[in-house]
Design a binder for this molecule. Structure first.
Ligand code: SAM
Ligand code: SF4
Length: 341
């Protein structure tokens, strides 16, 4: 669609940007903190945002409500690790009770799922994405720096037992770290009748752990590896996110997805925005265009209209797309845990 074909903003309670894309999906980061330190996500000694600068759970709920009143019907709670935020169930319970919200989802590393899975299901969470990059105990510890594989696997089993609409594994694949495990990870997903997506690492935040360009392992390479073992064909399945899905001919209950910011840019169909734990509304994962919703909320206490208007106005600055470049010296300074993955 041409850049000028539709005025951006609020059209009949829908958020539409300059490029005619309707935004109906928000990723809400509830904390930048985490109990793991995945090597592609954050440095070992991460400096976290002071707690006073984070939105309160009540402020997050107001943000969620404002978006829902503007046609958003999918909210994904993410982080950092969302389940380490104190009293987080309160937010799930309150958002889950809003009828207009069709899809309340969560992205988690699963370390707390044994404790929370049942309560999340009861709160109305529909789908869960769980990060799992390896099935090897030592490697899990290496890639998360501090994690214990068993705890994550127990969390996955606890979630499966609760019968959510969908559970999907997310694996970031790095050459010479875990690229040799894509077949085993798909096997693990097949055994449990769940989906799995492979993600190309994105250049968010400085990374001194590994050379991102040298560790790049493309979705096409993974697909080629998997085709040595499976018959795998493009699928019609579509979710609100940027994943391209494939079906496995002999395993109907498992789809394999690819999130490929480098090799298959997904910006044209972008329908989403992010809100960081500090209340910064990010209009694009890979650009810095943003609006400070915390300032709007705190300078207009109790005025939901000011918040709604700030969100409507933000459609004017949603960029056309990211321009991630693994070889560029210029990188976005915010890490994924701050961005809300
Ligand atoms: N802690 C939760 C988890 O790990 O699922 C939620 C937040 S995490 C930032 C969300 C997703 O972002 C995870 O699937 C993680 O693997 C992915 N991720 C983190 N850093 C990334 C990077 N630099 N490039 C691509 N994906 C990344
Ligand atoms: Fe934590 Fe998720 Fe980042 Fe890993 S990817 S460090 S689990 S926020």
């Amino acid at each position: 669609m041409s850049a000028t074909s539709a005025p951006p903003g609020n059209q009949e309670n829908q958020l539409v940007d300059r490029f005619g894309r309707t935004v109906n999906y928000v990723r809400l980061s509830v904390t930048d903190r985490c109990d793991l330190r995945c090597v592609y996500c954050m440095p070992e000694k991460m400096k976290f945002v002071p707690r006073t600068q984070l939105l309160t759970l009540e402020e997050m709920e107001s943000v969620g409500r404002a978006f829902i009143s503007l046609g958003v019907d999918k909210i994904r709670i993410t982080g950092g690790e969302p389940l380490v935020r104190r009293n987080i169930l309160q937010l799930f319970n309150h958002l889950g009770a809003i009828e207009e919200l069709k899809d309340l989802t969560l992205t988690t590393n699963a370390t707390q799922l044994k404790k929370y899975a049942k309560q999340l299901k009861a709160a109305g969470v529909t789908r869960i994405n769980i990060s799992l990059d390896t099935l090897k105990t030592d490697r899990f510890q290496e890639m998360t720096r501090v994690g214990e594989l068993k705890r994550t696997l127990d969390g996955i089993d606890a979630a499966i037992a609760c019968d959510f609409d969908q559970i999907k594994l997310n694996s970031v694949v790095l050459k010479n770290y875990n690229h040799d495990e894509v077949f085993d990870l798909v096997g693990y997903a097949i055994d449990r009748g769940i989906d799995i997506s492979f993600i190309e690492e994105m250049p968010l935040g400085e990374n001194t752990h590994h050379d991102r360009a040298a560790s790049y392992y493309s979705s096409d390479e993974i697909l080629k590896d998997l085709r040595q073992h499976y018959e795998i064909l493009p699928a019609t399945k579509k979710t609100a996110g940027p994943t391209r899905y494939f079906a496995l001919t002999d395993h109907a209950n498992t789809h394999v997805g690819f999130i490929s910011p480098h090799s298959h840019n997904f910006c044209e169909s972008c329908n989403r925005v992010r809100v960081t734990a500090e209340g910064r509304l990010l209009l694009c994962l890979g650009q810095e265009h943003s609006v400070d919703l915390r300032r709007v909320i705190r300078s207009n206490p109790g005025d939901d209209e000011a918040l709604r208007q700030a969100i409507i106005d933000s459609m004017e600055i949603k960029p056309k797309g990211h321009d991630f470049n693994l070889n560029s010296q210029t990188i976005l300074l915010r890490h994924m845990n701050l961005t809300g993955g």
